[in-house]
Design a protein around this ligand. Structure first.
Ligand SMILES: [Zn+2]
Length: 284
């Protein structure tokens, strides 16, 4: 478009404003297309509308007993953030998952430290951690996962979604520590899907999918699809309705919907979608 036409188009767009914007005026004067100054629109591969990752934390036994067969029935891949202490309850099952190479094995730290406000975490509270202690915990988690299932994780889920160590003025973020060691870090109890154009791979938003029926899940999926986002669901147990449980019936319905090519969604592991997002973000 010649600069004049760009200018005119800008003028039309600015009709509701009392004056032509300064930015449009200078862009036209310098013969620069206005579009070149705006961020490149993000596009998902193969014309997909949005991306979805299903993620599950803590290596709960129901993930092996109920989740893996359910995902296989639907042909859907997921990411499992393993806690070494729980893994041993289904050691053989996790080994098989790792060997099959369908799903992604991520890390959830070694000792699962969270805020002291959670009673279960009081003796292992983030408020009492230093960055060095956190680093050692994350390293040990990776070593154990490698020892138990032979995988070096590239994805990390912050236990309880919390990303700090220390308290008060001495509080520090441990996001940089995760950014140095992993491709991604996922939060929890966040309220939005990720905007692939601007999201920080080391601090991805994770939306809880436990204790929901399919209609509730679908509402979140449709909102993400409308904005072309990357929705990361985060759950714990998989099975009949209960505490911290992703309902198997709802999950199966979601998997079938997301895997149907007619619905224009890309459902895949965190690693695979993250690598695509990373490549797109690096194009200037
Ligand atoms: Zn957890």
């Amino acid at each position: 478009m010649p600069p004049a036409a760009v200018f005119k188009a800008e003028q039309r767009r600015d009709e509701h404003r009392p004056m032509i914007s300064r930015r449009s005026f200078f862009a036209a004067a310098l013969a620069l297309p206005v579009a070149a100054q705006e961020p490149r629109p993000f596009r998902w591969p193969a014309g997909k509308r949005a991306a979805i990752s299903l993620t599950f934390d803590d290596a709960r036994v129901s993930q092996i007993d109920t989740g893996i067969p359910l995902l296989a029935r639907c042909g859907v891949k997921a990411t499992f953030y393993l806690s070494p202490s729980n893994m041993t309850k289904r050691a053989e099952g996790w080994k098989q998952v790792a060997e099959a190479g369908v799903h992604e094995i991520g890390s959830h730290s070694y000792s699962h430290p969270c805020t002291a406000n959670y009673r279960f975490a009081r003796s292992n509270a983030l408020e009492d951690f230093t960055l060095a202690r956190m680093e050692a915990d994350v390293e040990r988690g990776n070593e154990e996962i490698r020892r138990l299932v032979g995988v070096k994780p590239v994805s990390f889920a912050y236990p309880c979604g919390q990303k700090f160590v220390g308290r008060g003025e001495k509080t520090q973020s441990y996001v940089p520590l995760i950014a140095r060691r992993f491709l991604t870090g996922r939060g929890f109890l966040d309220e939005s899907a990720n905007d692939p154009q601007v999201c920080d791979l080391a601090a991805l938003m994770g939306i809880a999918c436990d204790d929901m029926d399919y209609q509730q899940m679908d509402k979140i999926v449709q909102a993400a699809a409308q904005e072309g986002r990357w929705l990361i669901f985060a759950g714990h147990e998989i099975g009949k309705p209960g505490r911290q449980t992703t309902r198997a019936d709802a999950l199966e319905q979601l998997c079938r919907y997301a895997a149907d090519p007619d619905n224009g969604l890309w459902i895949d592991t965190v690693e695979r979608i993250a690598r695509y997002v990373q490549a797109q973000q690096s194009i200037k």
